[in-house]
Structure formats: C-alpha cells, structure tokens
Ligand binder design. Structure first.
Ligand SMILES: Nc1ncnc2c1ncn2[C@@H]1O[C@H](COP(=O)(O)OP(=O)(O)OP(=O)(O)O)[C@@H](O)[C@H]1O
Length: 281
C-alpha cells in the first residue's frame, strides 16, 4: 500500500503530541518508528490506522482495487469505508490484559471478520492456521487465551494481525515479551512479507538490523528519516535519546550495530570509615 503523511498533527489532553509529520514509508518494506517514551509513536500509528482523525494535515493511502472506488488519487485513510479499511489495514496495539474466554484459534479468527460473508463464513478458513504458523504459535491453537504467558499472547496478537492479510501492517512494539529468537524470526518474517509495514520499536539494534527505513520521533516531531545506516548516528541518538554510543558495522550484514556506553555515573560514594573498635579490617 502507498502511504503518505503530510503535516499530520493532533492534540491529546490539550497538547500537540504529534506535530507536523511528513513521511513516505516505502511501499512493501518494513519501516521502524522510533523515539523515546512519550514521543508520539502510538498516537501516530492510531492516526495512520484511521482510528484517530488528524486535526491538521492528512494520512493518505492509495484508493486500492476496490471496484466501488471511483478515484485513483490517494484518499484520507479515515475516509475509507469501514470494512475496506478493516481488510486493508491491521493494527497490532500494545498488549491488552483482556481475559476473554476464547481459544487462541478463536482470537486469531477475529482477524478474519472483515472477510466473512453475510452468513458469517470465512472464505479462506486456512488463513488462521497459516497466520498461527507464521507467528510460531500453531502449537497454542487449542489453548485458552487467558492461560497464555505474555510472550505467547504477543505471538497470538501478531497472528491475528497476519490473519487479516492486510496491505498495511501497523505494529506497536511487536517484539515486546518475545524471546530473542522469536524477535529475530518475527522481524525477518515481517520484513520479507512484501507488505507495507510500520513498526514502533524500542530496540534500536533490531530496527538497524531489519528496517529499510526509520522514522525517528522526538516530542511529537520528526527528528530524522531515512535508511538506518544514514539515520542511526551517535549525534542523532545523543540528541533524541540522550545516550552516549558508538555505531559499529555488523561484520556479516554491514548493518549498523549500536554499542551503548554507560551513562556518566554519580561521584563515587565515600569509602566507609575504618573500624574503630579493634576488629580486624
Ligand atoms: N488520552 C490521552 N490524553 C492525554 N495525553 C495523552 C493521551 N494519550 C497519550 N497521551 C500523551 O501523548 C504523548 C504521546 O503518547 P504516545 O503513547 O503516542 O507515545 P509513545 O511514543 O508511543 O510512548 P511509549 O514509547 O511510552 O509507548 C505522551 O506524552 C502521552 O502521555
């Protein structure tokens, strides 16, 4: 899906938390949405998903192959008919603590709702199994959702988004709770999907390793955008995150690897006074 953000801004609680974002994530590729806590990543993902309507600017997507669409020019995402939007865009939000009495298979099948016929049938029921396999969650299919661990739930959330078979995949911290092997396989899988994907990530090394493009937010504004190799430089990371780091080159992939330095420590505590009661020191 073609996605363009022009001057997108919105307020929450009377404050501009997304403030004039211009961006064009490359179609069919994985874009990392980076930035410190509170930078506006989740809010921007909700704007791109059409769940929030921007107060200024626009989130534009191509009109799609919908035969009912008269125009071929890009359209504001929130103007897409609800069902078309649900088929074309999937948003994986940060983990919810829901305790719904559903099986894992049923939770993933929720992603198929936009495709169901008037009689409630899914024209491609195998999509659920495929999505569970891709998210490495097939072995959980018959488990009760409420009995899963944090990492297992995250895999099932990912499977639900994949079952939607969207043209635009929006992932809010998709690697949360996942072990390192599952983090790597998930991002490799998403990168190779060929679907336009925007993923909010806190792990800068994962972003550096897997993203084709990164958008770095700071205080609701776009601090930098481009290929990780061009963007994830020590000066930018110091400015945005306040960290001291070196950026090395991965010996096998040529991708950036960020090596963080310890923050400057407080003055060393004064040494304890020597014992005065004759006890051995
Ligand atoms: N409903 C709300 N009302 C008021 N302020 C809000 C609301 N939701 C979010 N905010 C504020 O908007 C700012 C951006 O929040 P957002 O969740 O988009 O940041 P984020 O980059 O996703 O953060 P994190 O990395 O911590 O998840 C924060 O300062 C947050 O406190």
């Amino acid at each position: 899906m073609e996605l363009t953000l022009t001057g997108v801004r919105t307020r929450l609680g009377g404050r501009w938390v997304v403030d004039g974002i211009d961006a064009t994530p490359p179609p069919g590729r994985l874009t990392g949405l980076l930035g410190p806590n509170g930078a506006g990543k989740t809010t921007l993902l909700r704007l791109v998903a059409g769940l929030l309507v921007p107060e200024g600017g626009a989130v534009l997507v191509d009109a799609g192959a919908d035969p009912g669409a008269a125009a071929t020019a890009p359209v504001p995402v929130h103007d897409l008919p609800r069902r078309a939007r649900a088929r074309r865009i999937a948003l994986l939000e940060q983990e919810s603590s829901s305790t719904v009495p559903l099986s894992v298979h049923d939770v993933v099948a929720l992603g198929r709702i936009p495709y169901r016929t008037a009689w409630g049938a899914d024209p491609d029921p195998a999509a659920v199994t495929r999505a569970l396999e891709h998210a490495r969650a097939a072995h959980l299919a018959d488990r009760a959702w409420s009995s899963l661990s944090g990492g297992e739930r995250q895999r099932v959330h990912v499977a639900r988004a994949l079952a939607q078979e969207p043209e635009l995949l929006l992932l809010d911290e998709p690697t949360n709770h996942l072990d390192v092997s599952t983090q790597l396989s998930l991002l490799a899988f998403v990168r190779d999907l060929g679907t336009t994907t925007v993923a909010a990530l806190h792990d800068l090394n994962l972003a550096a390793a897997f993203c084709e493009h990164v958008l770095v937010l700071s205080g609701g504004r776009l601090a930098a955008a481009g290929h990780p190799r061009d963007v994830l430089r020590p000066a930018l990371l110091s400015e945005v995150y306040g960290v001291d780091c070196d950026v090395l080159t991965h010996p096998r992939t040529g991708r950036p690897v960020i090596a963080f330095a310890e923050p400057a420590s407080d003055p060393a505590p004064t040494a304890p006074a020597p014992p005065t009661d004759g006890a051995p020191a």
